[in-house]
Ligand binder design. Structure first.
Ligand code: URA
Length: 216
């Protein structure tokens, strides 16, 4: 399975990543959401390098020009709610993409233990399509696995791109075990070393959903 860690190259993405992690800057929720969206745009651009292309002839005011353009538009699927600004970033670039949404939530058994439940799914048919599943924080990989299984009820995609801003090492291992290796690519802006007792990524950035949409 191919795994791409985008912060391994020095690009402007690393600036946005630093800002969403920074406790002083992330309090500005408008900036936080916009930074997530910008990272979604950069991830979409990176993933676009992996799509099939074909030549397209277009008429300019002066002559015909030929450009290689993506031969397909992916389906962009997002896990609610923290995924919403990331989703917006993806569809800013894949502007003809189909969209899917899955809601997953943690149901706590006690302070440290929870099950993940899928409550809602809205998706087009996925047979033979390229599916991008986005979730800004890939902590355990549990929600990603359940979202993928829920999406499979809509058909078997030809390729799956798992796109997260920050993933834990443990979650990367989980995705490697639970997704089809021959047709899955994992894209992360960063892979962080560990989870705390509440399954939050460390150093991570805190609770992405609350930072986007939570109480002040
Ligand atoms: N969800 C988050 O928002 N942050 C984490 O660290 C883990 C899950």
């Amino acid at each position: 399975m191919k795994i791409v860690e985008l912060n391994q190259s020095n690009t402007i993405l690393n600036r946005y990543l630093a800002e969403i992690r920074d406790i002083h800057i992330q309090k500005d929720s408008l900036r936080f959401r916009r930074n997530i969206e910008r990272i979604g745009e950069i991830m979409a651009y990176e993933i676009s390098r992996d799509l099939p292309y074909h030549p397209l002839e277009v008429q300019t005011p002066l002559a015909l020009a030929t450009e290689n353009v993506p031969a397909i538009q992916p389906v962009v699927a997002t896990i609610l709610r923290a995924g919403l600004p990331l989703h917006q970033g993806f569809i800013n670039y894949f502007d003809q993409a189909e969209n899917a949404f899955v809601s997953a939530f943690r149901k706590y058994i006690d302070e440290d233990h929870f099950d993940i439940h899928i409550e809602y799914i809205a998706s087009p048919r996925l047979d033979g399509k390229t599916l991008i599943i986005t979730d800004p924080m890939l902590a355990t990989g549990g929600s990603m696995e359940l979202a993928y299984k829920a999406l499979l009820t809509k058909g078997e995609p030809a390729h799956i791109h798992v796109a997260s801003i920050i993933a834990s090492r443990q979650a990367v291992e989980h995705v490697k075990k639970t997704f089809p290796a021959d047709k899955t690519t994992i894209w992360c802006a960063a892979v962080d070393p560990e989870l705390n007792a509440h399954s939050y990524i460390v150093p991570g950035l805190g609770d992405a959903g609350d930072l986007c949409y939570g109480e002040k």
